[in-house]
Write a protein that binds this ligand. Structure first.
Ligand code: BGC
Length: 758
């Protein structure tokens, strides 16, 4: 099998290899002994359809461990943990003989409304890229492939199969593609999945710029590009653009189109050969994995899911050290989610879990009879809803239980029907009935903790009134136990927010430009996505990007910052656990360049590390900001450019909790643009060859003009102002001005000499 290549196959066989056999498998070519392989979702566990593979079967899949979705595990900011979970998913895939797991999804959370935000890591590309790479490494360490998705700019579900994401070059590169670039370069995913949407008017499944120029020529991707399921618009155009595999099957219809296109010369056969060779290569890679037999160690994987869930929880607030709870305290558990957990979102990532832990059971295991319970409200489709009890009755019971306890723990969350692939939310509010129960409980017992279950960010109008808030996202099948671990302190919370919790939806940068209309969504906020926007506008947020508390405290020393041999910025800082509990801190490095020639956010995350520190321990934490991550996308030369200057390097506990600030001088990349008659005087003066000559020729004139203006009409206040004004004057327009003793030909000569010499 290993020696097979496209040249051994007939035209029809080659075409057949580049589309699926059914919903989940590729086609075999029996004549040459090439087997079929299976791909399944992904990303936070295996969704392998039970039985045949020829129908949609969104719900019926074999049992698998449901690890925390990206919204949860991303909050760990810990690549090592994510790699371990990835490896466990790889093991489960291998046991089920799955060749490729369809994930991770690393799209940017542009709006909190996106229905799939629970499947994505962050509003920041470095977080998404670093964590996405870890996930790929983990799965692929088991000889199982991944599919990095959804490439690219697929940041909403509304009209996702048709809408064009209209994004300017800088945000496209610096925000929406940067994470993909990182994963491709650092972790070499076996496959990349192109998205459903169009990008700047072109279907991503047939965009030669995206699939070939950027992905392969610039980033060096050498794997296979697979379509999202049903994303192919024009198969022939797709293959020509760099799409290698259409999924799922097209019933042979589009294979025949490919064959016809080759026969009538619209598609070069060599292009089809390339796609077929990539499909063969994927089958070969899958075949190299030694067979893994089960059974799956369900308990061990559940334990890992519990550990990961514990690390995913973000302690947003803990006034008066209300948490952790003591086992002897009388705890009133309120909220149906405690008994009927929400632990994953709906759609293609829905896992059939091997088991599910409810927080109420886990809390009772520790607190025993000291734990009382009232559902407080009903969750659609759950047991409380089925009981038919009235809202008043449920609320009254909750108040009674809360009043009799030392502490009330109220589980609030989003109904499952609000968070799914395929549609977006239209608000970020928790249900009013739940908020009413919380108010009533608070009135009865001020010592109230809120525990949240949600895949997308929710508004927290009670943040000032409730002393403790635990963001427990969607945590996978062991989430209930993990919440108990954190509430009772067996696990010291260490998660931090990978997205901002805004005060109001209206504050979000995409507001007004989401989800677009008539097939277009304009990314009008440009570069200022997430915290970049809130910081640039100086807006209050409920909790900032990077925020998360612990039961202990951390002190930061003064950071030291220097350039290493590769031109990267090396950052070193001592962090001390100043409390009496072991814990973890997520150390964050943000960078800014005051006075930059291009628009920049006030600060941008460039590196981070999750560090375990025993009580009292001090550790030196070393982080590296890659030089390439300092670069902006320069639209004049269509490439990344590092601007020279004094960069401010902030070492921080969150985007709004800077602990140490240092400056590092960075040498910039040269950007020498060809000079023309329309180049400004400023451009010409800054030019290494032309600059000195022009300064000589124009110096006298500029001086004259300045003094004449200053004494006569006072058009500008002084010399400096005159120079600033003249800096944007196109050089060609000066020729012939009184006092300018150069001819058109002389300037032309100067410009071409300068262009030749630079
Ligand atoms: C989703 C992908 C998924 C695929 C296969 C699509 O609808 O967008 O993320 O991998 O289905 O289930």
């Amino acid at each position: 099998m290993t020696e097979i290549s496209a040249s051994d196959l007939t035209l029809e066989e080659k075409a057949s290899l580049t589309s699926g056999a059914d919903f989940w498998t590729t086609k075999a070519v029996d004549r040459v002994g090439l087997p079929s392989i299976m791909m399944t979702d992904g990303p936070h566990g295996l969704r392998k359809q039970a039985g045949g593979t020829d129908h949609l079967g969104l719900a019926s899949s074999v049992p698998a461990t449901c690890f925390p979705p990206a919204v949860g595990i991303g909050s760990s900011w810990d690549p090592e943990l994510i790699e371990r979970v990835g490896a466990a998913i790889g093991v489960e895939a291998a046991i089920e003989n799955v060749a490729v797991v369809l994930g991770p999804g690393i799209n940017i959370k542009r709006s909190p409304l996106c229905g799939r935000n629970f499947e994505y890591f962050s509003e920041d590309p470095i977080v998404s890229g670093v964590l996405g790479a870890a996930s790929v490494r983990g799965v692929q360490s088991q000889g199982v492939g991944t599919s990095l998705k959804h490439f690219a700019a697929n940041n909403q579900e509304f009209d996702r199969m048709r809408a064009s994401s209209d994004v300017d070059p800088r945000p496209l590169r610096e925000i929406y593609l940067r994470g993909f670039e990182r994963v491709v370069k650092d972790a070499s995913p076996w496959t990349v999945m192109c998205s459903y949407n169009r990008l700047n008017g072109v279907w991503t499944s047939e965009d030669p710029w995206l699939l070939t120029s950027v992905l392969r020529d610039e980033w060096g991707f050498d794997g296979l590009v697979v379509s999202d399921w049903g994303a192919v618009n024009d198969r022939v155009a797709g293959v020509a653009a760099g799409l290698d595999l259409e999924m799922p099957a097209s019933g042979g219809r589009t294979d025949a189109q490919l064959v016809a296109a080759v026969r009538d010369g619209r598609l070069a056969e060599s292009v089809l050969d390339t796609a077929a060779d990539r499909a063969i290569d994927l089958v070969r890679k899958a075949g190299e994995r030694p067979a893994v037999s089960g059974p799956l160690d369900v308990d061990a994987h559940h334990a890992l899911a519990r550990e990961a869930a514990g690390r995913s929880i973000v302690l947003l607030k803990n006034d008066g050290a209300l948490l952790p709870l003591a086992p002897t305290q009388r705890v009133a558990v309120i909220g149906a989610f405690a008994a009927e957990p929400r632990f994953q979102g709906a759609g293609s990532s829905l896992i059939n879990p091997t088991r599910v832990d409810a927080a109420l059971d886990a809390l009772r295991e520790v607190g025993g009879d000291a734990v009382s319970y009232a559902p407080g409200f009903a969750v659609a489709g759950g047991a409380v809803a089925a009981s038919g009890r009235s809202a008043d009755d449920l609320r009254a019971e909750a108040v009674e239980v809360a009043a009799a306890a030392d502490v009330a723990v109220v589980f609030l969350g989003l109904p499952a029907a609000e968070e799914s692939e395929g549609f977006d939310r239209d608000h970020i509010d928790l249900p009013a009935a739940q908020l009413a129960v919380l108010d009533a409980v608070l009135a009865a017992n001020a010592r109230t903790v809120v525990v949240l279950s949600n895949g997308g960010v929710v508004a927290l109008p009670f943040a000032d009134r409730v002393p403790a808030i635990v963001e427990s996202w969607l945590l996978g099948q062991a989430g209930g136990s993990a919440v108990a671990d954190v509430l009772y302190g067996a696990v010291n919370p260490s998660g931090k927010l990978t997205e901002t919790v805004p005060v109001r939806l209206e504050d979000n940068p995409s507001y007004g430009n989401f989800p677009g209309e008539f097939g277009h969504v304009r990314y009008g906020e440009g570069l200022l996505v997430g915290y970049r926007w809130y910081d640039a506008k100086g807006l209050d947020v409920t909790y900032p990007f990077g925020h998360g508390l612990s039961y202990t405290t951390f002190a930061y020393g003064e950071a030291s910052v220097s350039l290493n041999g590769a031109g990267d910025v090396a950052v070193s800082v001592d962090v001390t656990n100043t409390g009496d509990r072991d814990g973890r801190e997520v150390v964050q490095v943000y960078v800014s360049l005051p006075g930059s020639i291009v628009q920049r956010a006030p600060r941008e995350l460039k590196a981070f590390a999750s560090v375990a520190l025993a009580a009292g321990e001090t550790r030196t934490v070393d982080l590296v900001v890659r030089r390439e991550d300092l670069a902006y996308w320069d639209v004049r030369v269509d490439r990344y450019v590092v601007e020279g200057g004094d960069y401010v390097v902030d070492v921080a506990a969150s985007s709004r909790d800077i602990r140490s600030s240092e400056i590092v001088a960075v040498q910039g990349d040269d950007v020498v643009l060809p000079l023309t008659m329309n180049s400004s005087i400023g451009d010409v003066v800054a030019h290494p060859v032309a600059g000195p000559i022009v300064m000589g020729a124009l110096g006298g004139f500029m001086g004259e003009l300045a003094s004449a203006d200053a004494s006569a009409v006072s058009m500008v206040p002084n010399d400096e102002a005159m120079q600033k004004m003249m800096a944007s004057f196109p050089i060609g327009r000066l020729i012939g001005f009184p006092g300018i003793d150069v001819t058109y030909e002389q300037v032309e000569q100067l410009l071409s000499a300068a262009n030749a010499g630079s």
